[in-house]
Design a protein around this ligand. Structure first.
Ligand SMILES: [Zn+2]
Length: 318
């Protein structure tokens, strides 16, 4: 079935995206997406290895450079956000199986200096669920009284993220203490160690905003500063960047600018199996968005792709 679908669509390069792997989902992720267990992750990799050849970001980039497209019948494994569980649980399996892997990090979060605002929302949601008396802390912030506290916390954006700090203060949660105690992120030393083990390290913006909510200068700043940070710390041959959340809404001019001015060599989105107008911008499959094994996810992705063929919807319009 899969082989036929690959043939029909001609999409034989894929790039799965993960954030973390764990048998025990931490509070900062629990209310955001479904984390794969160690066993599920290993099953995913075995399936991928059976159907595609694992390739590194270097092989991918060099192939595009030479032939204009990523290597056929291949998968490029990626992890976003630079989380500790990558090193603790995912990487030992990845290494044992000999799969090249890329991780994309946020300079503001490395060394557990700061916490991503969506992680804060998840921690607060967990606290509210376990102690409903805390609901009163949200009263001042919820304008639409019909919404639920969970829905409200989920709706907080990068621009009004300070609301989360105010609610935390009211509830009595100290995010700095959470960072020290739980160490959600990898440190610079750990990242260097991973780099020595042939993990590619790329950038994922400074502090994880949704790019289509930023103005042009802010977008360029977030991309350039994070790429430069990674270049300075890890000095890899290729400058790679993965867009936080989504690249949806980013126009041609933006992509022309970042590639023409050589701010970055290769970039990644999260739109699933889709063609792009820019050969150095590739889409990835956000595996954790689906509560299914990788086989079902891929079949679903390919069928969806085929479904859109008559409407010319498989190439991202910019
Ligand atoms: Zn991310």
């Amino acid at each position: 079935m899969l082989k036929t679908l690959i043939k029909i669509t001609g999409q034989s390069f894929i790039s799965p995206l993960y954030h973390t792997v764990s048998d025990d989902t931490p509070a900062h992720i629990k209310h955001l997406f479904k984390v794969r267990s160690i066993k599920q992750f290993e099953d995913d990799l075995d399936f991928l290895l059976k159907n595609y050849k694992p390739v590194s970001i270097y092989e991918t980039y060099d192939h595009i450079n030479k032939y204009g497209n990523p290597p056929n019948n291949s998968f490029m494994l990626t992890f976003d956000d630079g989380l500790r569980e990558f090193k603790d649980f995912a990487f030992p399996i990845i290494k044992r199986k000999g799969i090249p892997v890329s991780i994309f990090i946020n300079p503001s979060f490395v060394d557990n200096k700061q916490l991503f605002f969506r992680f804060k929302a998840s921690i607060l949601t967990e606290k509210l669920i376990t102690n409903k008396r805390n609901f009163k802390c949200l009263d001042d912030f919820i304008i639409n009284k019909k919404t639920t506290p969970e829905r409200f916390l989920k709706s907080v954006t990068y621009k009004n993220k300070s609301v989360l700090d105010n609610i935390a203060k009211c509830i009595g949660i100290d995010f700095d203490e959470y960072l020290t105690k739980n160490r959600p992120y990898l440190t610079l030393n750990e990242l260097s160690e991973l780099k020595n083990n042939e993990v590619y390290i790329g950038a994922h913006s400074i502090d994880h905003p949704l790019f289509n909510m930023l103005n042009n200068e802010e977008q360029t700043f977030q991309l350039k500063q994070s790429v430069d940070f990674v270049k300075q710390k890890f000095n890899s041959r290729i400058k790679g960047f993965s867009f936080p959340f989504t690249d949806y809404g980013l126009n041609k001019d933006f992509f022309n600018k970042i590639f023409n001015e050589e701010m970055v060599d290769i970039t990644f989105g999260t739109a699933g199996i889709k063609k792009e107008q820019f050969k150095y911008h590739l889409q990835r499959i956000p595996v954790e968005n689906y509560n299914k094994g990788i086989k079902q996810i891929l079949i679903h992705q390919y069928l969806y792709y085929i479904l859109k063929i008559p409407f010319f919807k498989n190439t991202v319009k910019r």
